[in-house]
Design a protein. Sequence first.
Length: 66
Amino acid sequence: MKSKRYARADKDVCAACGACMDECPRGAIEILQGCYASVNEAMCLGCGKCAAICPAGAIEIMDREG
């Protein structure tokens, strides 16, 4: 069963520090082009650990539609 929530990273705010990637229990986050975090929404549990640790505040936990 898919989680009702997921994380979304704002690439314009992200500092590409990798803290979120290290914190994610599912490995659903990667740093693309050394510039910003990208979340694989299908793998994301929506637990919020990444959002809590992000020093730039670039990650938001969203509700899935439907």
